[in-house]
Design a protein. Structure first.
Length: 325
């Protein structure tokens, strides 16, 4: 029998050699944990559609973050829910919003031990559920920019380290950058949801944030999932406008997009392991269909292998509590 000359399996013989030559590694430093804050007190309300995820009021959020810091989770992406909803979503820029209040309290309590990022979008604040100003069933781009910029400013004034516009309006990164700079907040960074697709994977999140459109959909501003070149263009445009970090959302179905952007930009690249993927894994594991640890870590390494520098995921608490890294 002819023996193979080249034997790659030699380097897969056992865990020691596999660990030594692993091409990709994960660190807790690469993860961001999304959290949901609502107005009120003593609220810690589990979300049925997302096992292990909850709504918090600012006071209970502080208590939860104490637990997270002990696990090594020190980078948070904060979403606001349950605010007053209006036609324009102008309550989003209130200094007394749930997000601004929570950021101020977290900053006062934990100082620089936390890196705080806030989601900037109008969908949870509008009575129609769209991410910008609506007229004749169409989301108006330019009138939305001022509201988004004011929202980012309110978060930055409260103490956010970074703001993350997720609305997909054209020019919003430049508008936010200008607003922050004009208010002496030039050190506040921008993580742009630069390539965000109109995706069915957001289902549980829209329940969590009470942000589903009352009419129509978001395909006129979020991206067409059939388009790869457009996906790259969107991210490169946000880089030109002054984004400090780019993002692909969702992550798992768009590994090719993550790879293309990473190959064409020198900015750090994040990906968002969204609610739909999270809940599918949780429910499949509960039903005994998959090994939760194995499938979660396989997904995390897929994101890393594709080129993501940063992973936004609801799984990170489980990963660190159970020593899956």
């Amino acid at each position: 029998m002819i023996q193979p000359i080249i034997r790659p399996r030699r380097l897969r013989k056992n865990g020691l050699i596999r660990g030594m030559i692993a091409e990709n590694t994960l660190s807790k430093d690469a993860f961001i944990y999304p959290m949901f804050v609502t107005k009120g007190k003593n609220i810690h309300r589990p979300i049925a559609s997302m096992p292990g995820v909850s709504h918090f009021s600012p006071d209970t959020l502080v208590k939860e973050v104490e637990v997270l810091l002990k696990l090594g989770i020190n980078k948070l992406l904060i979403f606001g829910v349950g605010e007053e909803k209006t036609e324009t979503g102008n309550s989003s820029n209130s200094a007394n919003s749930a997000v601004a209040t929570a950021i101020a309290r977290l900053r006062a309590e934990f100082g620089s031990d936390l890196y705080l990022i806030t989601d900037v979008c109008l969908c949870a604040y509008t009575n129609h559920g769209h991410c910008g100003v609506l007229a004749d069933d169409y989301v108006l781009n330019d009138p939305s920019l001022e509201l988004l910029s004011d929202m980012a400013l309110a978060h930055a004034k409260a103490g956010a380290d970074m703001v993350a516009p997720s609305d997909m309006m054209d020019g919003r990164v430049a508008a936010i950058r200008e607003k922050l700079d004009d208010n002496d907040l030039g050190n506040t960074a921008i993580l742009s949801y630069s390539t965000k697709f109109a995706s069915a994977y957001y289902g549980p999140f829209r329940d969590v944030a009470d942000s589903a459109p009352q009419k129509g959909d978001r395909q006129s501003y979020q991206m067409d999932f059939r388009n790869g070149n457009e996906a790259l263009r969107e991210s490169l445009l946000d880089e030109e406008e002054g984004a400090d970090m780019l993002m692909v959302k969702p992550a798992l179905a768009y590994l090719d997009v993550i790879q293309r952007i990473k190959q064409n930009s020198l900015l750090p690249l994040a990906c968002y392991n969204v609610s739909g993927t999270y809940s599918m894994v949780k429910n499949a594991a509960k039903a005994g269909l998959v090994d939760e640890r194995k499938i979660v870590m396989e997904n995390m390494y897929a994101f890393k292998r594709a080129g993501a520098d940063v992973i936004i995921t609801y799984h990170i608490k489980d990963i660190l509590q159970n020593n899956w890294l």
